[in-house]
Design a protein around this ligand. Structure first.
Ligand SMILES: Cc1ncc(COP(=O)(O)O)c(C=O)c1O
Length: 379
């Protein structure tokens, strides 16, 4: 079933920021598996850890302990906020959103949920209910959760009106990814947190795309000066290609958990946890957030220099290495042209060309990407 339009490219090998096709043409990969390979394709430290794990224990039942679990529980406090040290692992972003939703409904016994226009939270029925785009919702619209209210992103005045005593949860991406690389205003995030606290709603930050160093801070909300949420969701980069997602919650929410209320056969399997431990090591040893911050700034400066006067460019924004170039037209044919020139990019929103470079990308890569972008946008 072709759910994704084919890009006409067979990739046979990948290493760090590059991939190769059958004819051994090399591409700069800023598509990066929807941002999954943020630490670089086959990052040697992650690969070594996975190989080591493969030699000892590959599966374990969730009721039993194992060294991979103990290690990840030692490592995670190095990157998680102090308030959110109760964790659960599953396999994909959408599962993390489903669990957050279930926890919030169970904890508050309320049914209204606030999400935002242009939000993307996943494609299973609970997470799809929180996803804004009608193109995603259409196939199952009749089955989606009716309790969701969509408010305007970055509209501080609406916050007080829409979040009330009936609200179980507020789901927000501190930087919207699929919606078009839209960072939340610090003022907006602070207003959300304040209002959620006032009415007793659970505040959920979905950092499945933005989190784990990409925006120049371990968590995007930290760079936006926002308070800790009640629930933080991560996936993609946290396993650097090994499918895994993380739900991290406050003590209050964790206390509401009883055995049997949730589960996942593959959740917290030792291979996934080994990948997360290795990813945390890389993040800290290489100071990935700082590199993302500096390289993002380099992108932004080059955009200023090279794209400012390009007529079809409406705007450009580099939130660390979460990068969007907004056009006045649909971006499809330019993304195709970039691919022909050996740069892989993807779309975000209706008109944005998105780059999700791994942190190992070099200044030379960035120059090549921006020059190539200018070339395809002006020829
Ligand atoms: C912010 C956000 N939430 C949730 C998801 C869903 O993650 P997954 O595709 O792993 O289910 C995505 C995927 O792109 C995402 O960007």
């Amino acid at each position: 079933m072709r759910f994704y339009p084919p890009r006409g490219l067979k990739i046979v090998k990948a290493y760090m920021q590059y991939v190769w096709d059958e004819a051994w043409n090399k591409y700069l990969d800023y598509y990066n598996g929807y941002g999954v390979g943020f630490l670089g394709h086959r990052n040697p430290k992650v690969v070594a850890k996975l190989v080591e794990q493969l030699g000892t224990l590959v599966i374990n039942s969730p009721s039993f302990d194992d060294p991979a679990k103990e290690e990840v529980l030692r490592k995670l406090p190095l990157v998680l906020p102090q308030k959110l040290l109760n964790v659960y692992f599953q396999n994909s972003g959408t599962e993390a959103v489903e669990l957050a939703l279930k926890l919030a409904l169970n904890y508050t016994k309320r049914s209204k949920v606030v999400a935002f226009k242009k939000a993307f939270h996943g494609r299973t029925l609970g997470s799809l209910s929180l996803t804004w785009g009608s193109e995603y919702r259409k196939p199952a619209d009749q089955a989606l959760y009716k309790g969701v209210v969509f408010a305007s992103f970055n509209d501080v005045e609406e916050v007080e009106k829409v979040i009330d005593e009936e609200t179980a949860a507020v789901f927000v991406e501190p930087v919207q990814g699929e919606g078009g690389i839209n960072p939340a205003d610090p003022e907006f995030l602070n207003a959300l947190a304040k209002r959620a606290r006032e009415v007793g709603a659970v505040l959920v930050y979905d950092e499945i795309q933005a989190g784990f160093g990409r925006t120049g801070h371990v968590w995007a909300y930290q760079g936006l000066g926002a308070p800790d949420p009640d629930v933080l969701l991560s996936a993609k980069a946290i396993g650097n290609g090994y499918p895994v997602s993380l739900v991290a919650v406050s003590d209050e929410l964790a206390e509401s958990v009883v055995p049997g209320m949730h589960g996942s056969t593959y959740g917290a399997n030792p291979m996934a946890l080994a990948a997360v431990s290795a990813a945390v090591e890389v993040l800290l040893e290489d100071d990935v957030p700082r590199q993302a911050r500096e390289k993002g700034k380099f992108f932004q400066d080059l955009f200023e220099e090279k794209l400012k006067d390009v007529r079809i460019v409406r705007d450009y924004r580099a939130v660390g290495l979460m990068i969007g170039v907004e056009l006045r037209v649909k971006p499809g044919k330019y993304i195709e042209a970039l691919q022909k020139e050996k740069v892989l990019a993807l779309k975000a929103g209706a008109t944005v060309i998105r780059f999700l470079p791994p942190y190992v990308t070099t200044e030379e890569d960035v120059r090549f990407a921006v020059d190539t972008l200018k070339k395809v946008l002006t020829s």
